[in-house]
Design a protein around this ligand. Structure first.
Ligand code: AMP
Length: 412
């Protein structure tokens, strides 16, 4: 199938050709006709499947076809809600690329950065707005965003949005838009709470499922190192010195882990950047740019911060911590060995992670290649390390105040 078969118009086809896409991906083939037909849809597809273009292209086509005289002043007619700032920026870049031969205007608004420039652009008028929930509601409260003319609302990465606690904001935003509108919901997974949300805001939606990729590319050499937890940093340094070369992403489960490893690697003379949920927007963007430009060749990230970010074509992926969700493993290592290249995935597994390893190997139907020859082997009989006597905490019960519990920080 070609993009022409999807009945996309000339300005879009021209932009797509310049972007270098040959043919539509599966999610695009399935979604574009339904969106053009003005249907509500629920799409379960992971990042990397081409899902952004699956909603961006038909939205642009519909807005292009219904353009009013340009003198009237532009009204926001399509709204895309995204949970993270980086994703929002990426989505808006896609819209801008695909619409380069139209006069449709896109802008993006997100928190953690000055509101003034965003106000100025909004005042000039845009057709498509990409936003993170909090900043959008802020701008709406200040009467700087009018959602009365929204024709299509997109909720991207709905599962992540709910995980991050945006459910009430999302519902509020939906209510601020006209009742008569098309709603598109995209989510990597469809857990019960996403289903519930879809039931309340979508009208007779069509469902599209692009099977989660459970298979890993044959071009990725998947190596496994059993190592005591306390020796992981030493093993990582050993591998970086002797084995791993090129552009590398290292995944850790928590932002604390990311920061700790980053310090160690910097102290050992490596050019490292990192992204996690506690970094300001500017710092995260700077880290990504540094990595993309080659100023640093190692990026350390949490899964949540890296989700949806367009960093592919890596030489190696290091699973410093094994993910507790097996699909995450597939997603992580899918960032290497793109387009026929080869790549290597290094997984460091401590005694307490063997259970995660089991479910990963079950999902991918493959046993990872165990590398025994390294200086920090794990005693095969080593059990999960237990830090406290069961039932007995060395801390006084309830030592945390209610206030400190409320201030509980994000871990990603
Ligand atoms: P997404 O899943 O939207 O994050 O897209 C993942 C990557 O695939 C992005 O780098 C897109 O530019 C790229 N992409 C989207 N559609 C196509 C296509 N039809 N052919 C080739 N690459 C594509």
């Amino acid at each position: 199938m070609s993009f022409k078969d999807l009945k996309l118009n000339r300005p879009l086809l021209r932009a797509i050709a310049e972007t270098g896409y040959d043919s539509p991906t599966l999610v695009q083939q399935k979604t574009i006709p339904l969106v053009l037909d003005n249907k509500d849809v629920i799409v379960s597809a992971q990042t990397g499947t081409g899902k952004t273009a699956a909603f961006a292209l038909p939205i642009l086509q519909a807005l292009f076809d219904k353009q009013e005289g340009s003198k009237q002043g532009k009204k926001i007619r399509a709204l895309v809600i995204s949970p993270t700032r980086e994703l929002a920026v990426q989505i808006s870049e896609n819209f801008k690329n695909y619409s380069s031969y139209t006069n449709l205007r896109t802008t993006v608004v997100f928190g953690g950065t000055s509101i003034e420039p965003q106000k100025d652009i909004l005042k000039k008028g845009v057709d498509i707005l990409i936003a993170t929930p909090g900043r959008l509601l802020d701008l709406h409260k200040q009467d700087l965003v009018n959602l009365d003319y929204i024709e299509t609302l997109v909720l991207d990465e709905a599962d992540l949005m709910l995980d991050m606690g945006f459910i009430d904001d999302v519902k509020k935003i939906e209510r601020l838009c006209p009742t008569q509108k098309q709603t598109l919901l995209f989510s990597a997974t469809i857990p019960y709470k996403v289903e519930q949300l879809a039931n309340t805001i979508l009208k007779s939606p069509e469902r599209i499922e692009v099977a989660p990729n459970a298979s890993t590319s044959k071009n990725v050499n998947q190596l496994l190192y059993f190592v005591p937890k306390k020796s992981k940093i030493e093993l990582c340094l050993h591998l970086l010195r002797n084995t791993i070369k090129g552009n590398i992403i290292i995944f850790r489960r928590t932002k604390f882990g990311v920061a700790k490893l980053e310090n160690t690697l910097i102290n050992n003379g490596y050019k490292v950047d990192s992204i996690h949920g506690d970094k300001s927007q500017n710092l995260r963007q700077e880290a990504l740019n540094n990595f993309k430009k080659g100023i640093s060749n190692i990026l350390i990230a949490t899964d949540v911060a890296a989700r949806g970010i367009d960093i592919n074509d890596l030489d190696a992926v290091v699973n410093f911590d094994l993910p507790n969700v097996p699909e995450t493993y597939v997603h992580r290592i899918g960032r290497t060995a793109r387009a026929g290249n080869t790549g290597v995935a290094y997984s460091l597994c401590s005694a307490d992670e063997k259970i995660y390893l089991q479910s990963i190997q079950q999902l991918i139907q493959l046993q990872l290649d165990v590398i025994d020859e390294h200086p920090y082997p794990l005693d095969p009989k080593a059990k999960k390390e237990i830090h406290k006597t069961p039932g007995k905490s060395k801390h006084k019960k309830g030592r945390k105040s209610v206030a400190s519990k409320k201030k509980k920080k994000r871990w990603y």
